[in-house]
Design a protein around this ligand. Sequence first.
Ligand SMILES: Cc1ncc(COP(=O)(O)O)c(C=O)c1O
Length: 456
Amino acid sequence: MGHPMFEYDAAATQAIFDYCRERLQMDPVPLDYGGLAPLPYDELATLITAEGRPAGEVLDFFKHSLAPAVVSIDAPNFLAFIPNSPTKNSLLFDMVVACSGLNGTSWLESAGVVVAENQALEFLAQRAGLPEGSGGAFVSGGSMGNLAGLTVARDVGRTLRRELDPRTVRFAISADAHSSVGKALHVIGVDALLVETVDHRFTVDALRAALAADPHPETVIGVVATAGTTNAGIVDDLEGLGAYAREHDLWFHVDGAYGGAAMLSSSERAHFTGLRHADSFVVDPHKWLFAPLDCAALIYRNPTIARRVLAQQASYLDILHSADDEHYEWNPSDFAIHLSRRARGLPFWYSLVTYGTEAYESAIQASVDLARRAQEMIEALDYVEMVRPSSLSIVLFRRRGWRDEQYNEWSHQLLRDQIAFVTPTKWEGETVARLAFLHPGTDEDLVRRILETMRD
Ligand SMILES: Cc1ncc(COP(=O)(O)O)c(C=O)c1O
């Protein structure tokens, strides 16, 4: 007889499976209300007891009282921030990962996980044009990917430039880099050379001009480019910046957390050829590669260097590093700032393998096409106008005559009415409307409906 918490409970299992089946069958899933919904504080206050409660009862409470207070990020009418639209198979396999005690820390413990995850990473590295031997690990998100990549970049730069005071080294970044890049630099204690750009695109000319105007250009040890800015979907000049970085021995980090997936889109592919220069590259399967949260791919051109910087050393871990052959010593935990690790790359791997690459390509293309179509629809109306051309799957536009509060009120009303989750953003100081497409099930009718709500 085991401990009651470890005994199989057929009724609880059935209830959970039924709930998951119900969610999987929804087409589409309900948007729900997020922070606009009332929360059951009174019931929550007495929920945890010494004796526990029946599993089915607590599931019901979750289903009816908590779940509606979460905007479903996988709803096709979730167009705010950067959505996340996991495929059915990726969701199913996430359950497998949860139920099979799959650890993803080291080769010794989990070679079967590591080879599969590495296959998915290799696919991404190949499409990015990175050389054979590139590799890394799946981490929890783009923010952690940026932090790990830039930590390696910092140490490599300091080693290469021993003549510099290590406290003075910097990375060249543009103001449109994601906030997590600024946060990563703060954490690792490195300053930025903030490069001014034309129309928010970081180009090699902008980099050259910034370096020429800077009193200490020699302290710049790396360049951070964005392959799809979060706010506007702009892909930096990867080819120019990457070639410059290579020529001048600078680390080239590419943050493609959101937009990197568009390297698989036939119409956008050409903007991504410069990925081949990357020393570190981040792309999030939990964004535009249709995997469940939390899953970001972090790939290094030279994983051996990353391992030297990031692998944790401790006597109880020595056995993980004892193999002679590098291949058999592939510990995902060595490539980022983490140790114990969920096998979070597997739902993406399973989805990619089961649906095939063409399904991925067409699903990504669908959002790019819809963004262009939305632009045409906006251009055909007199009360709205584009702020700039759509880029990747992002559309920025303004409602003529609206003030800031009107955008916020409109956003809340759309959610209250369960039409869509759309949030405004700021563009050059002005509050504007923003649509971020990601779910291949989002269609023109929804865009039409949203635009209609902005009419007087
Ligand atoms: C370009 C870019 N980088 C980094 C991030 C952060 O990714 P995460 O939320 O997975 O940490 C985002 C998130 O939207 C992003 O768009």
